[in-house]
Design a binder for this molecule. Sequence first.
Ligand SMILES: Cc1cc2nc3c(=O)[nH]c(=O)nc-3n(C[C@H](O)[C@H](O)[C@H](O)COP(=O)(O)OP(=O)(O)OC[C@H]3O[C@@H](n4cnc5c(N)ncnc54)[C@H](O)[C@@H]3O)c2cc1C
Ligand code: SF4
Ligand code: SF4
Length: 440
Amino acid sequence: MDLAGTSQDTPRAGEPLSLGEIVENGLCIGCGLCRSIAGAGRVEMVMTPEGRERPVATEVLDRQTLVTINAVCPGTRIAGPPPAQMSDGALSDTVWGPVERLVLGRAGDPTVRFVGSGGGVLTALGQFLLSTGRVKFVLHISASRSQPMRNERRLSFDAVSMLEGAGSRYGPAATLMDFGDVLDRGQPFALIAKPCDITAVRNLARLDRRVDQYMRYALAFVCGGASDLSKSEQVLQRFGLAEDELTLFRYRGHGNPGLNRIETKDGRAFELTYRQLWEDEDKWMIQPRCKICPDAIGQVADIAVHDAWLNGGPAMEDEPLNSIIVRTSRGLDLFDAAVEAGTLEVKRETSIAEISELQSHQVRKRRAVWARLKGMAIAGRPVPYVTDLALADCAAQNSMAENLAEGRGARDRARRGRLGEPPAAPRVGKGDKQLKDELR
Ligand SMILES: Cc1cc2nc3c(=O)[nH]c(=O)nc-3n(C[C@H](O)[C@H](O)[C@H](O)COP(=O)(O)OP(=O)(O)OC[C@H]3O[C@@H](n4cnc5c(N)ncnc54)[C@H](O)[C@@H]3O)c2cc1C
Ligand code: SF4
Ligand code: SF4
């Protein structure tokens, strides 16, 4: 395995950022790949007081390890899709990136489309990959069995396990914390994850050829940002609950969008609608890295899936539905086979214009990120090394005044330290067992 990395890929030419610098400059999303690279024992993921999973080095990391981490970390290097992944006929939109096929659809199985977050498309595709033997397992996440408000990475080998992981989990998720072990299995697999997780793995593919050898498919959801665990803790406070009372914390799914449902060990149940959960934007507690995310729309995935609330937002109970962006030739082959088998149902074709309306926040972010990164750089902050994501072209769709406002806003927030984070440290005041679990 060649994990050398190159120092040209780091935000600071020649000198890699330390893990502390990545975290404190607000570039970390807590994917866990650095832990996998450095090795458990040298880097551990901890839950911080802010409710973020962050890496902490337990010893001084040598320069070569840091160069490698900087080359793979989705906070320091963010590359767009290689053109070779697309067929000649594919469309490439400035904002939305590569598109082989764009449809509204859902899972064919009524249980999957009910339990799934929107229309259950990602779960259905995972099940299809397993049942057809295209992969041996799927790497994704699910609610932790012991702490159901938290997430843990899951390897699913069958349809039942895929379904257990269905649903959007808005809190922290260190999907890649033992990705080296996943590769060591030497078996074909698929990854279903956030776009930034897939960015990290695509970065690693340049250094470790086993990624392309074994990771047959990478499927993403379009992502508005991951919340701090504190967001979920606020929900518990609202009901006067403590985390150790819970047996279930579901954000959504069991309908589209379905209810945020909490169940306790003594048999009580509490529910919030999707609108109640997200009504106050000041309390979304989205992680800093998400605010400068150049690819929250999963351009590096084979297929990216998103919500399709055709009436402009979720009602109490919408029809189960997703918008499906097929991005690569490999993704198209999978999509066609899944439709042919009845695993996916297509409602109708959609268009860039329609998804831009359904996902207007994503369009605004794609157009804003170039200026935000410039503003951070002017404030002297390190910024990710971004390639092939047409950020300047997206910004050119804004007026000069809009770009100036974005750039100045980011510069000023960066100068005031508002785009950064405190140094990563585990929460204090916890029982020994919980701290031990967090330092696992
Ligand atoms: C943090 C977050 C932000 C999102 N923001 C948007 C948005 O702005 N616009 C939009 O249209 N849709 C957004 N979604 C996606 C949307 O909620 C649906 O998940 C998506 O439409 C796929 O629906 P589905 O029914 O196919 O998913 P399902 O069939 O339910 O499958 C979801 C899959 O995603 C995996 N997963 C869930 N949460 C995470 C996580 N945090 N990290 C890694 N993997 C995870 C699960 O393991 C599961 O395999 C977001 C989802 C999340 C988790
Ligand atoms: S984003 Fe991932 S690889 Fe980068 S520092 Fe955070 S946990 Fe490590
Ligand atoms: S917005 Fe971007 S950085 Fe944040 S969780 Fe989503 S893909 Fe990752």
